[in-house]
Structures are given as structure tokens and as C-alpha cells.
Design a protein. Structure first.
Length: 463
């Protein structure tokens, strides 16, 4: 490749959006079926898996399985619509499809949704740093007396400045593209540990005692003979159906966990008719992983599950080697993934801000710094990761899964008449997406308002 970087930028427009997802998609036409399943699995799997047990605790097992199946099937249907549309419309970038369907508004809607989804992903990754890094540092230094270097907010800023910013300023991702494979393996490892720990942690978990024990040294059992003995039964029987104020977060959390749609099109370019098969296998694999992670996490902690599952273990095991390794692996994966997710956002903004093809370091740096600063602010000021999963899941994920693919399909696939089953299906899907989006957003806003009016001081959800 003897081209200058600038001529490269043009075909990067295509690659950038999805390099995040697909590290090995450079050479056309030779990706094996297995490798493609793995790549799409990477695109689907993200931090969303950490929120699933919390969703299950607030829907119950049966309802969760129904919702998970529904979201998985809907996401697959939406992939099917996208592939059909790309085939007809001949565009292989999400924003391009938007442009072909609805002109500039379509392109902007697609860019905006993808940017929101990716900012949501970035903030959820940084959130994990905020939750998990203090625990790792305490394990190594053995301190927990509120020193500044065990404060999550400071640590997020330090990690951003020291590691994420320099990596994000690189012009090409190079080997960072391969971190998505690493993060999928981390999550598989995490899943295995969650399953094993389920059998190591006894049920009537007296979390109130554990909390005291952390503050008062380990002489808890002498002072507090099990307080919650009377309702321990309640805390140990998993429920099949649950409805409470947190149930509204379930569908958004699940939607957030299944978004991979911008990654579909570049893969399709390469795989053509094999693509639907690849999608079916990937979604099935993710469905199984998600179900196992949610189920075992929920069975371990029942009502005590937190919006971020990994953090819940810190209440029981202060220093557990296996959990420490999981934490380090997950932390490495999410820290290295932030620059990769930032790439497509920056490219997209660059395209909208300046029409010139010239690369400008100043613009590149300013956009990067502003994005990272904004994401850090979100992570420091939003009370729990649940709000990020919920809000982004209800807005951007609903757009990318339900609304945009069906709208593009209805507009661009001319050969199907409006009265055909396909078009009616797509229209129903569009309406369904609007209901999910408006409904979830409304309920989440109501939950936030209630939380702020009920207790302005206390952070939502006991964090």
C-alpha cells in the first residue's frame, strides 16, 4: 500500500464504522463461516451482558426468558430487513441506506442513532472502570479507607488521560481492532466464573452483615446473629414473574445488549447469501450466553443483584483470586475497546463537520477530547449504569433495531407492494418499535422523576 493516508481516508469511511466490530474484514471474500460467526458475536457482545441479571431480578425468570427470546427474534428479523434492503438499495453503509431512503434526514437519523449507541457503549465501558478498578486496587494495596486512588471518579479520569486518550488519537486502529475478539473471550470466561460461583455462594446471603463486616472488620457474626432470618426464604426462592418500578428497564437493557446492526452491512458485502445463516448462529450463541449469565447471576444473588453484576460479588469476596483475574480481564477489554468505539463516532462527526477530505490534526484532537470529556462527565454524574443501559437502550437501540431497518425497507424495497405480507410485517415492526421506544422512555423518565422527588439526596437504587 503506497498510498498516502489521505487517499486512504476515503475508503476508511466504509471501514471505520465497523472496524469496531470486525477486525479481520479487510481482505474481501475469504472470511470463513466460523470466523464470521465469531466476528458478529463480538459485535453483539458488549458490556450489556453485565446488566442482564439485574433485568432478570426485576422481571422474574419466566418473563425474562420470554423477553430475551422476543428481543433476539426481533433483532434477527431486523437483520433480515436490513439485508433485503441493502440488496435492493445497493448501499452497504448504514448511513448511506438512510440517505438513499430519506435523503439527508435519513442519513442524519442513522448517524445520530449510531453515535448515541456508541456513546452509550463507551460510557458503559468507562462505568465498568469506575466500578471495578477501585476493587482491584484495594485488592493489591489492601487499603479501603477512602484514599483518593480508590475513588472510581478519579480513576476513570486517570485511565482516560493515561491510556484511552493516547490510543484514541492514533489515526489507524492497527491491532486494536483485535481487542473485540479478546473481549468476547473475557466475557466467556466471566460467564464460566459466574456459573461456578453460583455453587460456591450459599443462599441466605446476609448482605447487610457483609456490608457491616467490610466497615467493622470481620467480627460481624458475633454482633449480628442473622438479622434477615425471617425473610431469608423470600430472598432465596427465585421468582418467575416480578413487576416493580425497575421492570421498565428490562426491555431497554436487552435491546442494548443485542445491537450490532451497523456491523451487519460490511459483513454482508463479504458473505452475501451466507450472511443470514451467520446471523442466525451468532444470535443463537449470544442468546444462550446471555440466558446463562443472567440466570446464574440472578440465582446467586436473587433480590440483591446490582445493575452491574460483577460489582455485586465484591460484597462477598473481598479478595478472590479468580474474580480478581476476571476483573482485570474485563477491565483490560473495556479500556482497549473505548478507542475502537470512538473511531466511528469521530469519523461520522468529521464527515458532518467538514466536507474537505484533508486530514486536520486539530479537528481530530478537538473531536476526540470533546467526546472523551463528555463521556467522562456522563460516567461521573449519572448515578448508575442502569440509567445508561436503559436510556440508550430505549432510544438509540430501539432506533437501530426496530425503527430504521423497517423504515428503510418500506421505502427502498420497491418490488414488494404495500399490501404484501413483507411490507405489512415491516410496518407492524416499525409501529412496535415506536411503542417500545416511546413507552420505555416515558416509563424511565417517570421512574427518574419519582426518584428525584422521593429522595433528592440518595442516589438511585442504593448506590
Amino acid at each position: 500500500g503506497g498510498h498516502s493516508d489521505d487517499s486512504n481516508n476515503i475508503d476508511n469511511k466504509k471501514g471505520e464504522m465497523c472496524r469496531f466490530f470486525l477486525p479481520s474484514m479487510k481482505q474481501p471474500g475469504n472470511a470463513s463461516f466460523g470466523m464470521s460467526v465469531f466476528n458478529l458475536g463480538n459485535a453483539i457482545m458488549g458490556s450489556g451482558i453485565l446488566g442482564l441479571s439485574y433485568a432478570m431480578a426485576n422481571t422474574g425468570i419466566a418473563l425474562f426468558v420470554i423477553l430475551l427470546m422476543a428481543v433476539a427474534i426481533f433483532s434477527l428479523y431486523s437483520v433480515h430487513l436490513l439485508l433485503k434492503t441493502a440488496n435492493e438499495g445497493g448501499a452497504l453503509v448504514y448511513e448511506q441506506l438512510g440517505y438513499k431512503a430519506f435523503g439527508l434526514p435519513g442519513k442524519l437519523a442513522a448517524s445520530f442513532s449510531i453515535t448515541m449507541q456508541n456513546i452509550g457503549a463507551m460510557s458503559s465501558y468507562l462505568y465498568i472502570v469506575k466500578y471495578e478498578l477501585p476493587i482491584v486496587i484495594q485488592a493489591f494495596l489492601g487499603t479501603s479507607n477512602g484514599e483518593w486512588y480508590t475513588n472510581g471518579d478519579y480513576l476513570v479520569l486517570i485511565v482516560t488521560l493515561a491510556i484511552i486518550l493516547p490510543l484514541s488519537l492514533l489515526r489507524n486502529l492497527g491491532y486494536l481492532g483485535y481487542t473485540s475478539g479478546f473481549s468476547l473471550l473475557c466475557m466467556v470466561f466471566f460467564l464460566i466464573v459466574v456459573i461456578i460461583k453460583k455453587f460456591q455462594i450459599p443462599c441466605p446471603l446476609d448482605i447487610s452483615n457483609f456490608n457491616e463486616s467490610l466497615s467493622k472488620g470481620l467480627n460481624m457474626t458475633l454482633h449480628h446473629p442473622n438479622i434477615s432470618e425471617d425473610n431469608s426464604e423470600d430472598h432465596c426462592t427465585p421468582k418467575y414473574f416480578v413487576f416493580n418500578s425497575q421492570t421498565v428497564y428490562a426491555v431497554p437493557i436487552l435491546s442494548f445488549a443485542f445491537v450490532c446492526h451497523p456491523a451487519i452491512l460490511p459483513m454482508y458485502e463479504e458473505l452475501k447469501e451466507k450472511m443470514q445463516g451467520v446471523a442466525n448462529v451468532s444470535f443463537l450463541a449470544m442468546f444462550i450466553m446471555y440466558l446463562l449469565a443472567a440466570l446464574f447471576g440472578y440465582l446467586t444473588f436473587n433480590v440483591h443483584v446490582e445493575p452491574e453484576l460483577l460489582h455485586t460479588y465484591s460484597k462477598i469476596f473481598k479478595f478472590d483470586v479468580v474474580l480478581l483475574i476476571v476483573r482485570l480481564a474485563v477491565l483490560t477489554a473495556v479500556t482497549l475497546t473505548v478507542p475502537v468505539v470512538l473511531f466511528p463516532i469521530r469519523t461520522s462527526i468529521n464527515q458532518h463537520v467538514s466536507s474537505s477530505k484533508e486530514f486536520s490534526w486539530i479537528r481530530h484532537t478537538v473531536i476526540t477530547v470533546v467526546l472523551l470529556a463528555g463521556t467522562n462527565a456522563l460516567v461521573i454524574f449519572v448515578p448508575t449504569i442502569r440509567d445508561i443501559f436503559g436510556f440508550i437502550g430505549a432510544s438509540a437501540a430501539a432506533m437501530l433495531i426496530f425503527i430504521l431497518p423497517s423504515a428503510f425497507y418500506i421505502k427502498l424495497v420497491k418490488k414488494e407492494p404495500m399490501k404484501s405480507m413483507q411490507k405489512i410485517g415491516a410496518t407492524a415492526f416499525l409501529l412496535c418499535g415506536l411503542v417500545v421506544m416511546v413507552g420505555s422512555m416515558t416509563l424511565i423518565m417517570m421512574d427518574w422523576l419519582q426518584n428525584t422527588t422521593a429522595s433528592p439526596e440518595a442516589p438511585a437504587n442504593g448506590h
